[in-house]
Design a protein. Structure first.
Length: 318
């Protein structure tokens, strides 16, 4: 074997080793993160995270305690979002569930105490409101036209009308870490003017630090953890598009509450936080990032290329 052939051999060996290393890393990442569809559904500890399971299908409405109290839907229907808790102070919570395409067109009925009529958000369907998060494109995906929640973020006194939306989570392993992922957007109530700001606080806590109206409170007490999104600044008559957010929490008990509480300004021009596609998975069950798939593909491509390039110095004459 000549020196040149040996050099080519060493080069190909190094390339092969590198490709195998890439492949090993990629396969390890996929093995740790990828699940089958059945496993993925089982691995998600949040139930009805896309808000598709409703007590009254096909009805955009206030939901929870205020819906039970006001009976303000046309036929007195009481709307509930299955598995989710929405109970405000003195029935003052103004959290809505909207079907696709209805937040800025059909709207939802308001109770008489709030003036009656229809509640809508600024959007393409409300007198030419700017194109916004009410009509998300398919990338990134919340539900691409599925149901979503609209949470009132008016926190001012003496009559705050915010309330947490929460769910009791079972099957946690104390000490393990869990990724809570969701899509959120912002909007403004139709017929109001002025710029608004919005935030969304996400909490995980035991029952000692949970109330239906406020969700998780007292961060640090009994292992309570609260994370808050960045502040978003929504222009007048508009909304900001969907973005994905993930927070990591460490479980302290087999059963805890997961809560979402909106806040914003100003109170008299109600800001709204939109919420969709909530999930909670142990870190080992997280779906691989696109970069992992890219690394896996490159590894296979390099090995396939080497397989089709048999070195000339391996050729044995007949």
């Amino acid at each position: 074997m000549t020196t040149q052939s040996l050099a080519r051999c060493n080069s190909r060996i190094h390339t092969t080793v590198l490709a195998l290393a890439m492949l090993t890393v990629s396969l390890t990442s996929v093995t740790q993160a990828q699940t089958t569809p059945t496993q993925a559904a089982a691995g998600d500890l949040v139930q009805n995270g896309d808000f598709s399971d409703l007590a009254v299908p096909g009805l955009s409405s206030l939901f929870g305690e205020v819906s039970r109290e006001c009976r303000c839907n046309p036929n007195g229907e009481v709307q509930e979002v299955t598995h989710w808790i929405n109970d405000g102070i003195n029935h003052q919570d103004f959290n809505f569930v909207f079907l696709p395409g209805q937040a800025d067109t059909v709207g939802a009925h308001l109770p008489a105490a709030a003036g009656g009529g229809l509640f809508k958000l600024w959007g393409p369907g409300t007198n030419g409101g700017i194109q916004n998060g009410l009509q998300p494109e398919c990338t990134p995906l919340p539900a691409c036209g599925g149901n979503f929640l609209a949470l009132d973020a008016s926190t001012g006194s003496p009559h705050p009308i915010v309330a947490a939306v929460s769910q009791q989570i079972h099957g946690l392993t104390p000490g393990d870490k869990y990724d809570v992922s969701f899509f959120w957007a912002t909007a403004q109530q139709f017929d109001k003017v002025g710029n608004t700001t919005e935030e969304l606080s996400v909490g995980l806590c035991r029952g000692e630090n949970f109330t239906p109206e406020n969700g998780c409170h007292g961060p640090g007490e009994h292992g309570t953890q609260i994370e808050t999104t960045e502040t978003r600044f929504t222009p007048e008559h508009g909304a900001l598009p969907w973005v994905k957010k993930t927070f990591t929490f460490e479980a302290v008990s087999p059963t805890e509450f997961l809560s979402f509480l909106a806040s914003g300004t100003p109170d008299d021009q109600p800001p709204f936080v939109l919420l969709d596609s909530v999930s909670m998975r142990a870190e080992s069950n997280v779906i691989p990032e696109p970069g992992t798939w890219l690394l896996l593909g490159l590894g296979f491509a390099v090995i396939a290329g080497l397989a089709h390039r048999r070195p000339r110095w391996l050729h044995v004459p007949a």
